[in-house]
Design a protein around this ligand. Structure first.
Ligand SMILES: Cc1ncc(COP(=O)(O)O)c(C=O)c1O
Length: 404
């Protein structure tokens, strides 16, 4: 037997955090296996099924043997359908060569960051952010520069904050509207100001628009690429079919951007994972070109749940919660409970302790604000049934009232 030790693994992931949501979900699953009722508010996907006509398209793709390789960033038919969508919904003119389809929006975000950033570049990430942004920025060798926001500015960055975060190393700003986790929606006026700063400084905006169709109270979605004629040259739109079409497991996303950026994504994908499944691409064309009649009832159901949750929080002492305009999350501020003690005598030091307490004592799964770079809040997803929401909120109310 040789004494030679086996070579070490790469250290590239040493600084990358494990997903908090995954850890919490695993703990919740173990509780469920032990026979407990679990109130899961950590879900990041619509609790609706993919509409039948899209499912049928997927089945028909298999029957027609649409099961072979496609071009590296997707079929021409799919890219054309995406261009039509961008013109129809966002008022933007793209050619198919400016589109790269990917295995989900997450994949598009990573690939775009990969082709934009060199070692040492900076990417501005407003907090609260979607959990994966800073980790992806680090994975491509760049530095996330976090801008903290709070409820006073509705969790939106101010022009001054943005201006003072930009340095000669800044490559891009990550912008997410409607936002996960806060549900905040940037207005056209606010986007115009951000666009002006991007144009003055030459930075790119990576505009994550995954939740664009989940909006309430008459709010509308604007893409930052569309708010100024020059902005299309400095924006990379990332979108996908996961949320609007309830297609999370199909894995279909895309990036739309300047030709120079998309050419590099084509090069990168061609040597790595290639394209999303041919079957998914075929179903995606049906989704994009087909009826969207199923979206308003889904949004109406989400709105009903959002309103119920907001009413319940309004009656709980020590909780403030701003009204989300989109997506399917609420981000209540529970910071007044930090420093309190649980009935078991444990001190609540922050949002992670709060989430763990709610999970261990009441089987409520939430995601601590700290996972989104914002202490004191927790994120609850209401992509779950009204029954779970009602019972889960009873538990949260009892849990908070038991803290001393
Ligand atoms: C803000 C945001 N961006 C991107 C994604 C990625 O979605 P997908 O990879 O399923 O398209 C998600 C998923 O939760 C998200 O919340």
């Amino acid at each position: 037997m040789s004494n030679q030790s086996i070579r070490p693994l790469s250290r590239k992931l040493d600084k990358i955090a494990l997903s908090t949501t995954t850890v919490l979900n695993e703990r919740a699953m173990a509780m469920r296996r032990d026979g407990h009722e679990v109130y899961n508010f950590a879900v990041g996907e619509p609790d609706f099924s993919t509409p039948d006509h899209i499912k049928e398209a997927g089945i028909s793709a298999i029957r027609q043997n649409i099961t072979k390789y496609t071009p590296a960033v997707g079929t021409m038919d799919l890219k054309e359908a995406i261009c039509e969508k961008l013109a129809r919904d966002n008022g933007l003119e793209y050619s198919p060569a400016q589109i790269a389809t990917t295995s989900g929006g997450k994949h598009a975000l990573y690939n775009v960051l990969f082709v934009l950033c060199d070692e040492g570049d900076e990417v501005i990430v407003p907090a609260p952010y979607w959990v994966s942004y800073p980790e992806m920025v680090k994975l491509v060798g760049a530095e996330p520069v976090i801008i903290e926001t709070d409820a006073d500015t509705s969790f939106k960055i101010t022009p001054d904050q943005l201006r003072s975060a930009i340095t000669s190393k800044t490559k891009a700003l990550m912008l997410n509207t409607p936002s996960n986790p806060t549900g905040m929606v940037y207005t056209r006026d606010e986007l115009e100001v951000i666009a002006k700063i991007a144009l003055d400084t030459g930075i790119y905006v990576i505009s994550d628009e995954l939740y664009e169709k989940i909006l309430y109270d008459g709010l509308t979605h604007d893409s930052i690429a569309a708010v100024h004629p020059q902005m299309i040259k400095q924006t990379i739109i990332v979108n996908g079919l996961s949320k609007a079409y309830a297609m999370t497991g199909w894995r279909l996303g895309y990036a739309a951007g300047p030709q120079s950026v998309i050419d590099l994504v084509v090069k990168f994908q061609g040597q790595t994972v290639m394209h999303p499944s041919a079957i998914t691409q075929f179903a995606g064309i049906t989704a994009l070109n087909g009826s969207e009649d199923f979206i308003p009832p889904m949004v109406e159901a989400f709105k009903h749940r959002r309103d119920y949750i907001l009413d319940r929080f309004a009656d709980m002492s020590g909780v403030t919660c701003i009204k989300p305009g989109g997506a399917f999350y609420v981000f209540p501020d529970l910071s007044s409970y930090i420093g309190y003690y649980t009935p078991g005598g444990d001190r609540i030091e922050g949002s992670l302790d709060l989430a763990m307490y709610l999970l261990d004592s009441f089987h409520v799964v939430s995601v601590p604000g700290i996972a989104f770079g914002s202490e004191g809040c927790i994120r609850l997803s209401y992509a779950t049934s009204m029954d779970i929401i009602k019972q889960g909120l009873d538990c949260i109310e009892e849990g908070l009232a038991s803290l001393k």
